[in-house]
Write a protein that binds this ligand. Structure first.
Ligand code: ADP
Ligand code: MG
Length: 695
């Protein structure tokens, strides 16, 4: 294990960043590249050639032999195909080469990536294009070039392109609004700091469980005698083996220029968290994808497996990801920081109102953005926010909004209103204590924390939804205010009107309380309980209008995404069902039969020996009944899987939700009871106690 390291020196040492660019590129090339990065202009072929050569020379000096266009297809994980730099020479040797063309564009055979019907087979190939706003880096002997992924007809096939488009959309609209406050801002960037939860378990335990291997979660497992009720794990002292893992993880992340900042134990046994310092959304997205990957790799080196699944263990807290989100100008002004002067306050309140309105009007999109078979186990399970989207703003802000809303008519109150509601915005304390962990979308002093995300998710999608919906509200506000005769009056009228119209989305109480769900229904908020319920709203008319207006998705792209997500949901459940029946037939039933055999022999032997006492017979009876039930239910599950419809993604998803999930529950129940009755030597795989409480 390493001793003290020079962190500033280590940080970004594997990244082709500003320092390296300045050092290795001719001045004019550097300037042109910077312009491209800043303004998104195209890069000339000759400039690209110079950048490519400099990048290759640098990468080779870091031990790279290959390069890869690194992209994020709709599956949500990252994809890469590696080509070496070698190029044959006349004398039978090789030299290391990398052209501008190879840097700018790649053509992976993309036919095996999901496209939701967008890409006809006759033009199966898509192409990847360099995203120069995210730095290239060296990892595992390859130069990684962050790219976007499109089809030849121009439809996007990845998560990065729409994210970049949504960032442009919100930038344009936010700049319009800022202009009304007399600010000339070129670019408004959304910033994100994603907190990442995960489990670490022993590699040997993992290797013995097919459910973990195939599905990432346990499909069987009785509750251990001790869970998280003692609350002794959260922020508890970190086991030495885990600490060693965390230290190496930090170092690996730092090398890749990732701002790994905070690490601690989480609520559940064997659960931990890592939080980085926030950064620009597309970079935060790339970094979070890398973080998850590096976590898995470093874990293996320490004899662990890192579980990223949202709910690896039933009855034990699952893992989430908190998407801390804000907006800032190119001067570094955080637009969600309450201001100190009346005019700054008004500006803050306008942005706040835009977010409130966006979250209310696009609840469905936010819910959809976090929908997955895995996350369905968490939302509403008293460990994560409910499936109902609502917002927490805290008592201080609530009082201000109430005052604004109940204020008298602006005509005579305009000036005093500014004073009453706006000039004296209190210094809102940052939510250091996480005092409302139950809210899906909480204001925490100078940013919003979107807490519904599952741990495995690619954060692009939630941010696309957030950015685009807030962009839309800012657009409407700018339209209204730009044409107003009296800006201040118009501003107050607007804020007052929108707060009245959208305050139903605000809830400052306990989101885990059942009473809230009833209240939310009364307020008319959506309760899209499962992924199958939520996804079909993706292509609701208002959502198609939203995304096409801001140039983020076309209707065809949205339809393809909805279909891909529905298919992914059904496929996940399909694999779980097959894994379940496999484990049942191959492992659990044979173990139970063997145990029954031993019991039966003992019963018989005792009887022959004339010994009284019927405990074994009683146990045999119980095990036999449960085994019979497990066998029958397993057969029923298999039949149900066979009977699944073959067409229409929505019908298939509904079927898996309505029929397969209950059938799986039926198989699990007797198995978990059997686990407690059948002797440890017979039970075929490690139990929750074994897995969660290792030393
Ligand atoms: P918690 O109290 O929720 O556990 P932390 O303070 O550890 O949170 O983490 C909060 C996260 O919010 C960090 O990743 C931090 O960098 C991020 N954050 C802080 N300010 C902003 C901002 N303006 N925009 C986006 N993220 C931010
Ligand atoms: Mg948090």
């Amino acid at each position: 294990m390493s001793t003290a390291k020079n962190v500033p020196e280590l940080f970004g040492s594997m990244v082709f960043n500003e320092t390296v660019m300045k050092e290795r590129l001719p001045k004019d090339v550097y300037r042109k590249l910077k312009k491209t990065m800043r303004e998104g202009t195209a890069l000339d072929a000759d400039v690209a050639a110079v950048v490519a050569t400099a990048m290759k020379d640098w990468a080779v000096s870091k031990g790279a032999t290959h390069y890869t266009h690194w992209f994020q297809p709709m599956t949500g994980i990252t994809a890469e195909k590696h080509d070496s730099f070698i190029s044959p020479t006349d004398d039978g040797g090789v030299m290391m080469e990398f052209s501008g063309k190879e840097l700018m564009r790649g053509e992976p055979d993309a036919s095996s990536f999901p496209s939701g019907g967008l890409r006809a087979t006759f033009e199966a190939r898509g192409y990847t294009a360099w995203d120069p706003t995210s730095y290239a880096f060296v990892k595992d002997g390859s130069l990684y070039i962050p790219t976007a992924f499109c089809s030849y007809t121009g439809e996007i096939l990845d998560k990065k392109t729409p994210l970049l488009r949504s960032m442009d959309a919100i930038s344009v609209q936010a700049a319009r609004v800022l202009k009304l406050f007399g600010k000339d801002v070129k670019r408004v960037t959304t910033t994100v700091g994603p907190e990442q939860e995960y489990f670490l378990i022993e590699k040997n335990d993992y290797a013995r469980r097919k459910d973990l291997i195939f599905t990432g979660r346990t499909l069987f497992g009785a509750k251990p005698p001790k869970g998280q009720e003692m609350e002794d794990h959260y922020f508890g002292s970190i086991r030495p083996r885990v600490a060693a893992f965390m230290q190496e993880l930090d170092e690996e992340l730092w090398k890749l220029g990732i701002f790994a900042k905070t690490k601690h134990n989480e609520v559940a046994p064997a659960q931990h968290e890592m939080a980085p310092v926030f950064t620009t959304t597309n970079i935060a997205t790339d970094h979070n994808q890398l973080t998850m990957e590096v976590m898995k790799r470093v874990a293996q080196k320490h004899g662990f497996i890192c579980l990223m699944h949202e709910k690896p263990f039933e009855g034990v807290n699952g893992s989430g990801k908190h998407n801390n989100w804000s907006l800032s100008t190119d001067d570094g002004e955080n637009l969600l920081e309450p201001g100190k002067t009346p005019s700054e306050n008004a500006q803050f309140l306008l942005f706040l109102t835009a977010v409130i309105k966006a979250v209310d009007e696009y609840q469905d999109l936010l819910r959809i953005s976090v929908a997955s078979a895995g996350n369905d186990h968490r939302l509403g399970a008293n460990e994560a926010p409910p499936a109902v989207v609502s917002m927490f703003i805290g008592d201080e802000l609530q009082a201000i909004l109430d005052a604004i809303e109940s204020g008298e008519d602006y005509t005579d109150m305009a000036k005093t209103k500014m004073d009453l509601g706006v000039s004296a915005l209190p210094n809102i304390p940052k939510d250091t204590t996480d005092r409302n962990r139950t809210s899906p979308f909480a204001f925490t002093g100078n940013k919003f924390e979107f807490r519904m995300l599952g741990s495995a998710i690619n954060i692009a999608c939630p941010n696309i939804m957030l950015n685009t919906s807030v962009a839309e509200e800012l657009r409407l506000f700018a339209d209204e205010l730009e044409s107003a005769a009296d800006f201040e009056k118009a501003l107050l009228t607007l804020i007052k009107r929108e707060i009245k119209a959208h305050k139903r989305i605000i809830f400052n109480g306990n989101g885990y309380d059942d009473a809230w769900i009833a209240e939310a229904e009364k307020r008319g908020l959506l309760n899209l309980k499962s992924t199958a319920d939520a996804l079909p709203h993706y292509t609701d008319k208002k959502n198609i209008e939203l995304f096409s207006r801001h140039g983020v998705y076309t209707q065809a792209e949205m339809e393809s995404r909805e279909e891909t997500l529905l298919e992914e949901y059904a496929k996940t459940l399909h694999i779980e069902a097959l894994t379940m029946s496999d484990m049942m037939r191959q492992e659990i039933l044979p173990a139970c039969v063997a145990f029954e055999g031993e019991l039966a022999k003992t019963v018989k032997n005792k009887k022959e020996a004339g010994v009284s006492g019927g405990m074994e017979a009683d146990l045999l009876g119980k095990v036999s009944t449960l085994t019979e039930m497990a066998y029958t239910k397993c057969g029923a599950l298999e039949e149900a899987v066979e009977a699944a419809p073959a067409a229409d993604a929505k019908a298939i998803a509904d079927y898996y939700h309505d029929v397969i999930i209950p059938a799986m529950d039926d198989v699990r129940k007797p198995a978990d009871q059997l686990e407690r009755l059948v002797g440890k030597e017979h039970w075929p795989f490690p139990t929750y106690s074994d897995i969660l409480f290792y030393v």
